[in-house]
Design a protein around this ligand. Structure first.
Ligand SMILES: Nc1ncnc2c1ncn2[C@@H]1O[C@H](COP(=O)(O)OP(=O)(O)OP(=O)(O)O)[C@@H](O)[C@H]1O
Ligand SMILES: [Mg+2]
Length: 602
């Protein structure tokens, strides 16, 4: 073949060569197939990522794409000439359309020069040759049509090279040789980035200017994420992580925890599985047992200071004192832990609570923020108040209600849960990372567990709102445990945190194996918001009904569904704002030291 310097044995050549190889201006006959060569001779100023892939995927098309580096000096002076002549044309041209085109070409040229100068980008000649194949005239015609439509659709110009079909064929054959005439016809000055950007595996990836390495994208590029960045579709720093057991949810979040901690974010973790103890202890944080441990008491009767100070909330709670707000909280608390309390009994309990607080010198307008934990009553004080006030009661029915209440409250101070609720608050921590371990709650009844979670979430919100400028992240692992469709207040509380925490530099992280619990019709309006509000969504392996719910709620495409279904540990889908990325989570050695090795998912 002309120009081909490959030393190839004649016999072998006979075996691998097609029976017929004929060139004409109409095209090429290669054995039983017909073919035609095309080149791209014009490109728009910018091309979408993966544009080359789109062309080479057209049916019946073989494509070669070559970048020939050139001496910058020669190309830059050619480019400058080009810019100059287009500028002149733009001034002298009377036709509006041509004038506009010349202006645009001059501007494009200028942009290329800028890229070379400012970013040190390489330039060269880009050559694209396409060979279209078909097993009949008709098939060839159709494939040629598909190719031209695709190329034109990308904003490029494509043309046949009737007199140089043989040169085209040689250049596209695997000899690594492009003939001079093809270089001349198809070569266009281009930036290296345009050439590289043509391939699908060279997506721009995801990178914020600041933050830390979160994972690798599908092409192995590092994804650098700044959780606190705000722009168009990134309006909060909340995360939801969903996936089947053992697929790496907690591991992914631990990686985020470690990196956030290093950047100074305060971390609170609600840990029902006792799997964050290692990382928290290794980072010199506070590990606190909220299932009845010495330092882990939250007195439900301790009134939390009102920290809601933004205008919207000020209006909502205008004129309402700390006591009144706390009584609302207590109604939820007692509904959660006293299974059969009636409406009448709730009213009696409320009256007794007011009397009890008054006995402790706390009235509607008392400023409770100056009080210490010891200044508040505990549940046994409430018990005594109920006993005392029952004695003063004459109405038979009311006495019966008192009896029930005394029984219920008595269980809280005498039964196995007395260590949980009947103590002054001992939960104080100034640590930068705190694990609120709820593992021992697994021995308590569902109701007690839910009531304690309600307490914990209220305590966490109090911490989050203490300082508007301190970045603070609250992680709720196994979050489905917090959900009770009968009494949705804990879920509503979490939903409210998700909505409000961005104003306090807060981030809420919700981790769950399944999203079905969040979508129970009785609580869907809060549960779904909790899942969809976060700007950062992490999906790891799932299948069956869980996967279908994920696809429906988050409106995922087939390709993303496939990735989640494949269920490879550490691989998943990350949604940031409105953008979707397939990621692989790999731990750096120093991260693995902190993250792996403790008790974790199966
Ligand atoms: N990206 C990863 N790199 C290395 N090991 C990993 C990775 N992801 C998970 N693992 C390993 O798999 C185990 C299970 O992961 P993990 O605890 O994060 O799963 P999970 O999704 O939180 O499960 P569960 O729902 O049961 O809590 C971990 O103990 C860890 O050893
Ligand atoms: Mg886990």
């Amino acid at each position: 073949m002309k120009g081909c310097k490959t030393a190839i044995n004649d016999n072998l050549l006979n075996i691998i060569s097609p029976m017929i190889l004929k060139f004409s201006t109409k095209g090429i006959q290669i054995g039983d197939n017909l073919a035609r060569c095309y080149i791209i001779n014009k490109y728009p100023s910018s091309l979408e990522y993966g544009w080359l892939g789109k062309i080479s995927n057209v049916q019946g098309v073989v494509m070669i794409n070559e970048f020939i580096p050139q001496s910058e000096g020669v190309l830059i002076s050619a480019l400058s000439e080009n810019i100059k002549s287009n500028r002149q044309k733009a001034v002298s041209e009377t036709d509006d359309y041509r004038k506009m085109q010349a202006e645009k070409r001059a501007l494009d040229g200028q942009n290329i020069l800028k890229q070379i100068e400012e970013k040190g980008e390489s330039i060269g000649l880009m050559v694209n040759i396409m060979l279209v194949l078909g097993n009949s005239e008709e098939a060839l015609r159709k494939n040629c049509e598909r190719l031209t439509n695709t190329v034109i659709g990308l904003g490029c110009n494509v043309r046949q090279i009737p007199f140089f079909q043989e040169d085209g064929f040689i250049s596209i054959s695997p000899y690594g040789y492009t003939t001079d005439i093809v270089k001349e016809l198809a070569g266009r000055v281009s930036l290296l980035s345009t050439y590289i950007g043509g391939y699908f595996n060279s997506s721009e990836g995801f990178s914020d200017d600041e933050g830390y390495y979160f994972a690798k994208d599908i092409n192995g590029k590092l994804m650098i994420m700044d959780l606190w960045k705000r722009n168009g579709d990134r309006t909060n720093s909340n995360i939801v992580a969903v996936g089947a057991p053992g697929k790496g949810k907690s591991t992914a979040i631990k990686k985020i925890i470690l990196n956030e901690y290093m950047l100074g974010t305060k971390i609170l973790i609600v840990d029902p599985e006792r799997e964050y103890d290692k990382i928290v202890k290794d980072l010199d944080g506070d590990w606190i047992n909220l299932g009845g441990g010495e330092k882990g008491n939250i007195n439900p009767l301790e009134i939390k200071p009102i920290s809601l100070d933004d205008s919207e909330e000020e209006k909502e709670f205008d004129g309402v004192g700390a006591l009144a707000l706390h009584l609302q909280n207590l109604e939820v608390f007692f509904s959660l832990c006293l299974s059969s309390i009636t409406e009448r009994q709730k009213t009696i309990l409320n009256e007794n609570l007011i009397k009890l607080y008054n006995e402790f010198g706390i009235y509607w307008d008392t400023n409770t923020s100056n009080l210490t934990s010891k200044d508040f009553p505990i549940i046994s004080d409430l018990y005594n108040t109920l006993v005392k006030n029952k004695e003063l009661e004459e109405d038979k029915q009311t006495i019966l209600d008192y009896n029930d209440l005394i029984l219920y409250i008595g269980n809280l101070i005498n039964g196995q849960d007395q260590f949980l609720f009947n103590k002054q608050t001992s939960l104080f921590t100034e640590s930068k990372i705190v694990c609120l371990d709820t593992y021992d709650l697994n021995n308590s009844s569902e109701r007690i567990k839910k009531a304690q979670y309600f307490n914990i979430i209220s305590w966490c919100w109090q911490q989050m709102t203490k300082d508007r400028n301190e970045k603070i992240m609250l992680i709720c692992d196994e979050a489905y445990l917090l959900i009770d469709p009968e009494i949705p207040q804990t879920l509503i509380g979490l939903r409210n945190i998700a909505k409000r925490c961005r104003k306090y530099e807060g981030s809420l992280v919700v981790i769950s194996q399944s999203i079905i619990d969040f979508l129970d019709p009785r609580i869907k309006m809060y549960g779904q918001a909790l899942l969809t509000l976060p700007c950062y969504k992490i999906f790891l392996g799932s299948d069956g009904k869980d996967l279908q719910e994920i696809v429906d709620v988050f409106e995922l495409k087939q390709i993303h569904k496939d990735i989640i279904q494949a269920g490879v540990r550490g691989r998943g889908l990350l949604i940031i704002g409105s953008k979707h990325y397939i990621f692989n989570m790999e731990l750096a050695d120093y991260e693995a030291k902190y993250i792996l090795g403790g008790k974790g998912g199966r």
